[in-house]
Design a protein around this ligand. Structure first.
Ligand code: SAM
Length: 255
């Protein structure tokens, strides 16, 4: 049987997919420094860094749309992971205090903790917890979600995003580990272990074209307008969840 490499080499070169904003006369001009899209015969992706070397990463389109829609939840005392860019951008003057949790001391960190063993953070501390693109990098996701709920005030909101179809993040893998990708059903079940079902709202973003472009490392700027928005639930590129800490969790335990 032919290897993947030789099969790719022998395959006729496909025409440029119509959803790509092609960098050729008549298409959008490439920035002088933008590397070209990879030759389809080449087994390497166009970019290994989520298109950051070409423009805005595709997954950030969905993450930022979600946070914009939930901006009213970003208020009071707000916790974010690693940095407070989204707290500032979407919370604005509704935010009374911004906290940043990091695994080890960093200039931006106001709390240094492992979220799976975060007992040092008191119960009911935050009005909002922005946990974007973090669960894939935590092996014990159940423990992380248990603490996420515990440190929210009653009525506090967890704003969660996780990747579905996506490459390994080498940067994260070499630091804290890259363990998981998710499906909508997994997100629902995991959250309902800690939050009551009626307090959880999940959404899925992406389609096969977006998944293919993301895996190739293309950026938002590479895509034709309108490609990002159609949702095909069988190709979840990103999932978002809003979960509210109510008095009782799913198992009826008092909070
Ligand atoms: C891809 S970054 C996400 C950062 C940011 N929230 C964002 O949207 O880009 C993954 C983050 O997970 C954090 N992380 C990994 N393991 C962790 C753990 N056990 N407890 C707390 N944070 C953890 C890392 O410190 C890192 O900031």
């Amino acid at each position: 049987m032919a290897s993947l490499y030789s099969a790719l080499s022998l395959a006729p070169r496909p025409r440029t997919p119509p959803f790509l904003r092609h960098r050729r006369p008549g298409g959008a001009p490439a920035a002088a420094s933008t590397p070209p899209v990879a030759d389809p015969k080449c087994p390497a992706p166009t970019s290994r860094v989520f298109g950051l070397d070409r423009g805005r990463p595709i997954d950030r389109y969905f993450i930022e749309r979600f946070l914009e829609a939930q901006a009213a939840d970003i208020r009071g005392r707000v916790l974010a992971i690693g940095e407070d860019t989204y707290t500032r951008r979407f919370g604005g003057s509704r935010v009374r205090r911004r906290d940043v949790l990091h695994l080890w001391p960093e200039p931006q960190a106001t709390i240094v903790a492992d979220l799976t063993a975060a007992d040092a953070i008191p119960d009911a501390t935050f009005d909002c917890f922005i946990m974007t693109q973090t669960l894939p990098f935590i092996f014990d996701v159940r423990a992380a979600l248990r603490h996420a709920r515990r440190i929210l005030k009653p009525g506090g909101v967890l704003l969660l995003t996780v990747p579905g179809i996506s490459q390994v993040s080498r940067y994260d893998a070499e630091r804290w580990g890259d363990y998981w990708r998710f499906t909508p059903q997994a997100v629902q079940r995991l959250l309902e272990e800690h939050f009551s079902a009626e307090a959880v709202r999940i959404a899925t973003y992406g389609n096969v074209r977006v998944a293919a472009a993301l895996l190739d490392g293309l950026a938002q700027e590479d895509l034709e307008p309108g490609v990002l928005d159609p949702v095909d639930p069988d190709y979840p590129v990103l999932m978002t969840a809003r979960a509210v800490r109510t008095e009782r969790g799913r198992r009826g335990a008092e909070s």
